[in-house]
Design a binder for this molecule. Structure first.
Ligand SMILES: Cc1ncc(COP(=O)(O)O)c(C=O)c1O
Length: 372
């Protein structure tokens, strides 16, 4: 311990500005799933796993792992473009949307610039802005829903980027296309709008803002294969933007930033639209069921459009105790205290069986603590 202190004292190299002020991202606990029977509902992963076509493609890709991957990801970009009816030339793939968020900040903000994120917006927006020396600006929501007028009022001549997750994590709340259009129409064109659609696939007949890219040069849409496609471990996501933005982002992208197993699995996953539809339907059914059951137990949830529920307990103490109680039963959910939501827990929608177990255990917890 003493040695470590002396070493830290002697360390004279300072990192680039902003890096020491950025908190380290704290995600949900990642227990060793091979050792214990754990119900993991703390990172919004797909409880049904990936499409069988994706796991087959993954296995086939192992034959070539001595070779570097494709550097332009053309096969995957063309598959994404086909499914979403968009232009493959304006797609960029990244090692998760996290890498794309980092590229965006690297390209478009620096010291003293302002980067807007919403009150309960996904944590990586603030962290990535701080890492570039920029000032993250938190904009208040309206009852946990992003407030477009508040966002517009917060823009000034220092504002460079606005990050909006739609639906948002951890609230699950959502702005419809008319609100997004209003926001885009009223933004100065010097401000870059980033709409993060990590959970967009969970909303039926919703394109997550992709069609707006044609008309707005200052817009980036982000998507991930970590959620509905069940490929979180492979680290792969994509962005869609105008030609000008795409070319800028491509300058900072490493040539081999995405692995060939990830490209192979993601290509098969995105093309398996029947399986995606099945996952959407299962999520919707189980989310509606669980929120209704929790309501009957006296617990409110936000109106989530995603694959999780934000559940409100009556106090911070009760939320903490419920977290521990569930963990003792090997059910891992997510504390969201670092988002300022001290009385709430975020619970990923699991399988039928997992949702029933969550309901039963929360009921047991409430009965034990005399809350019902
Ligand atoms: C809104 C949002 N954006 C981005 C991400 C990061 O996803 P990825 O695994 O693609 O890096 C997450 C992950 O939880 C998220 O909730």
């Amino acid at each position: 311990m003493q040695n470590k202190k002396i070493k830290e004292k002697e360390f004279k190299l300072l990192p680039n500005s902003g890096i020491l002020s950025a908190p380290v991202y704290k995600g949900g606990e990642q227990p060793d799933l091979s050792k214990h029977e754990i119900i993991k509902l703390n990172s919004n992963e797909n409880p049904l796993g990936p499409s069988k076509l994706a796991t087959d493609a993954l296995k086939n890709s192992f034959e070539f792992i001595n070779n570097y991957p494709s550097s332009n990801h053309e096969k995957l970009r063309k598959a994404i473009a086909k499914v979403h009816a968009i232009n493959f030339e304006n797609i960029i793939c990244g090692a998760g949307s996290d890498e794309l968020i980092s590229f965006i900040c690297q390209c478009f903000c620096s010291t003293n610039d302002e980067v807007i994120y919403t009150e309960h917006g996904f944590a990586m927006y603030k962290i990535s802005a701080l890492l570039r020396g920029a000032n993250p600006v938190k904009v208040l929501e309206n009852e946990r829903v992003a407030d477009v007028d508040n966002i517009l009022k917060s823009c000034n001549n220092k504002t460079k980027i606005i990050f909006l997750a739609n639906p948002n994590n951890p609230t699950g709340t959502f702005l419809d296309s008319s609100k997004i259009k209003y926001l885009l129409d009223n933004l100065p064109d010097t401000v870059l709008m980033v709409i993060d659609g990590a959970y967009a696939e969970y909303i039926e007949n919703f394109d997550g803002g992709l069609s707006f890219v044609e008309n707005y040069d200052n817009l980036i849409i982000l998507r991930t294969f970590s959620k509905i496609y069940g490929l979180a471990a492979l680290r792969i996501g994509w962005s869609y933007s105008s030609n000008s933005i795409t070319q800028i982002l491509n300058r900072v992208r490493g040539p081999f930033n995405v692995s060939s197993p990830a490209i192979a699995a993601a290509t098969a996953a995105v093309l398996d639209c029947d399986y995606t539809r099945h996952c959407v339907a299962e999520n919707l059914k189980n989310r509606e069921w669980l929120s209704k059951q929790l309501k009957q137990l006296g617990l409110c949830t936000t109106n989530s459009k995603a694959n999780f529920l934000l559940v409100d307990f009556c106090s911070e103490n009760q939320a903490n105790k419920a977290f521990d109680f569930l963990k003792d039963q090997n059910i891992y959910v997510r504390k969201v205290f670092d988002y300022g939501l001290k009385k709430s827990l975020r619970i990923t929608i699991g399988t039928d069986f997992e949702c029933k177990l969550v309901k039963k255990n929360i009921q047991n917890f409430l009965e034990l603590t005399n809350e019902i």
